[in-house]
Design a protein around this ligand. Structure first.
Ligand code: FAD
Ligand code: SIN
Length: 552
């Protein structure tokens, strides 16, 4: 089922002639300033000149919102690499690549030491050892955290300071990457990016190596823990440029987002359940104990699915986290940011139940990369949430994504040296002659409608009929919105979300089984024949079916 012809044929979002735009040359351009982009930049800057782009300020990223922490084996008396590997593979429901998982989890402890050297303020326990939390799917305490529940903010601050102090790195904030550049004569080679800055306008940045680290696409769903920046721009621009993308049907829903009308879906970290919080329904009954041996600490897909069933069966709008037995002092000390956030809504965790329900949290699929972070386009690399590395399989294990960003960011930063040494960055004349149809389209209305249809039809439970309905609606909206040419970031983001939503819905329709985060009510069983990745590329009318990650 191909994408709507407009979505499949359109190469660039805007018309331009590269020869008429201001140019900038660099060895390496990194698009994104979350954990993956900053880590890639710091590593690449040891051998090359680097430019880092962020569409907002450097600290507007999913990374800065991370709460629970970073998974790494630290307590070697009670835990080991095999345990971390096994838990990751079990959560991933048959789609993790074992070699990739081993590579990444084995490097966790060295990454934690490097971060500590950079000044990351990991929390310590009473004996002065690094404090370790528990989260869903982990059979050992192995989550390192900082300032209790503000790990992401601490990580982002630590890496930003290092990047700002590095003399080989230039940072451009409020600089929106519109598209990756390729020359028609050599379409499988990425030459850099075209960007837009509200004050300086359009610019072409030519780079020997382009690293996509643009994060996820949670904004494609009405209910999401992700901040506004998570609009899937990197995935959409990679697809337009001809890069392969994969595993898009696997979207992780976090079980516990605060559910209060008028409040955004603020995350209540899984680490809260790691400290003993239970889940109860409106009758006050615990419901996870009969469902999984790890009860509230079962892998995320299982807890989110169980909550979804509770809500569907009861008609309630939320279930509740019961944190009352943890004690006011302990809760506040361990979760200072969550306590402060709840108090803004007059919820006191030591006396009140916390209303929660699942929300879209993490894009498991992404740009299809091999061990070095290389894509199928020469000169184009991807790392972090925008990439699909084979670590997460069909369901990501909690706190493995900051780890993936650190390890794969570093690997991409090292490997991109090969592209820099090829020195193929003479500017070309690139002409985009897309013309915009003159139609009065309210993209904000499309944005809200898209988020609703994705939540209802391509959310926690999916069926063939609902997916077909979602695809038909998305195609209709694409038919007039993707033709238009717009002039500001918010409109480009909605256009990108239309690409991303269309790809996710098609991938979900293709996978006729239930596995990990992908739950089909019409195909409730896992089909061993489908233990494979569905890959998508512009112009190919059916997905590729791959049983292993690409070798590149
Ligand atoms: P991000 O951190 O999202 O950064 C993306 C960057 O790309 C931003 O700088 C943005 O400006 C830039 N960008 C995007 N599009 C463009 C464009 N068009 N032009 C220019 N720049 C662009 N994971 C864990 O492992 N542990 C946790 O405890 C944890 N908690 C989480 C809590 C919350 C609330 C959320 C939302 C996620 C959490 N995650 C956690 C997931 C984790 O935070 C993310 O997967 C990870 O931070 C992604 O990092 P990244 O570098 O790939 O992207
Ligand atoms: C959380 O703190 O619950 C989020 C952890 C994660 O997404 O890995």
């Amino acid at each position: 089922d191909p994408l709507h012809p407009i979505a499949d044929e359109r190469r660039y979002l805007i018309p331009f002639r590269s020869a008429l735009l201001p140019h900038l040359f660099t060895d390496v351009i990194v698009v994104g300033s979350g954990v993956a982009g900053l880590q890639a930049a710091l590593t690449a800057a040891e051998h090359s000149d680097v430019v880092v782009l962020a569409k907002g300020s450097l600290d507007e990223s999913n990374t800065a919102y991370a709460q629970g922490g970073i998974a790494a084996v630290a307590d070697t008396e009670n835990d080991d690499i095999e345990g971390h590997l096994r838990d990751t593979m079990v959560a991933g429901a048959g789609l993790c690549d074992e070699a990739v998982v081993r590579r990444i989890v084995s490097r966790a402890s060295e990454q934690m030491s490097q971060l500590a050297e950079l000044g990351m303020p990991f929390d310590l326990d009473a004996d002065g050892r690094v404090a370790l939390g528990r989260e869903g799917g982990h059979r050992a305490a192995r989550i390192l955290h900082a300032h209790g529940d503000a790990t992401g903010r601490a990580l982002s601050d630590t890496l930003i300071t290092a990047v700002r102090n590095h003399e080989s790195i230039r940072v451009f904030e409020n600089c929106f990457a519109l598209d990756l550049l390729t020359d028609e004569a050599e379409p499988d080679h990425c030459l850099g990016v075209i960007t837009h800055h509200p004050r300086h306008g359009l610019q072409v940045i030519w780079a020997a190596a382009t690293i996509l680290a643009t994060g996820g696409s949670g904004q494609v769903y009405r209910e999401t823990t992700n901040p506004n920046v998570a609009t899937g721009d990197g995935l959409a621009m990679a697809y337009r440029a001809g890069a392969e993308v994969a595993d898009l049907e696997f979207n992780q829903f976090h079980p516990t987002a605060l559910y209060l009308a008028g409040a955004s879906r603020l995350l209540i970290s899984e680490a809260v359940r790691g400290e003993g919080a239970t889940l109860v329904n409106s009758q006050g009954e615990r419901f996870m104990t009969g469902i999984h041996e790890l009860a509230e600490l079962a892998p995320r897909d299982i807890v989110a699915g169980a909550i979804y069933r509770q809500l569907a069966d009861s008609g309630d709008t939320s279930v509740f986290l019961d944190t009352r037995h943890i004690g006011a002092e302990r809760f506040h000390k361990r979760f200072p940011s969550i306590t402060a956030m709840l108090r803004q809504f007059d919820i006191e965790p030591s006396t009140d139940l916390i209303p929660i329900r699942p929300a879209a949290h993490y894009a498991i699929g992404g740009v299809w990369v091999g061990e070095s972070g290389r894509t199928n386009l020469a000169g184009l690399y991807a790392c972090g949430e925008v990439a699909c590395t084979g670590l997460h399989g069909a369901n990501r294990l909690a706190s493995n994504s900051l780890l993936e960003g650190l390890v794969c960011g570093e690997e991409v930063g090292l490997h991109c040296r090969a592209a820099v040494e090829e020195e193929r960055r003479a500017p070309r004349r690139i002409v985009s002659d897309v013309t915009g149809a003159d139609r009065p389209v309210d993209l904000d209305d499309i944005f809200q409608s898209l988020k609703s249809v994705m939540w209802r039809h391509v959310g926690i439970e999916r069926s063939g009929d609902a997916l077909a309905d979602a695809i038909a609606r998305l195609d209709l909206w694409a038919s007039y919105s993707l033709e238009g040419v717009f002039e500001e970031r918010e409109s480009w983001e909605v256009q990108n979300l239309l690409w991303v939503a269309s790809l996710i819905a098609r991938a979900a329709a293709q996978r006729q089984e239930s596995r990990g985060t992908h739950c089909r009510t019409d195909f409730p069983e896992t089909d061993q024949e489908l233990a494979m990745h569905l890959t998508w590329r512009r112009g190919q009318h059916s997905p590729g079916r791959e049983t292993s990650m690409p070798q590149r």
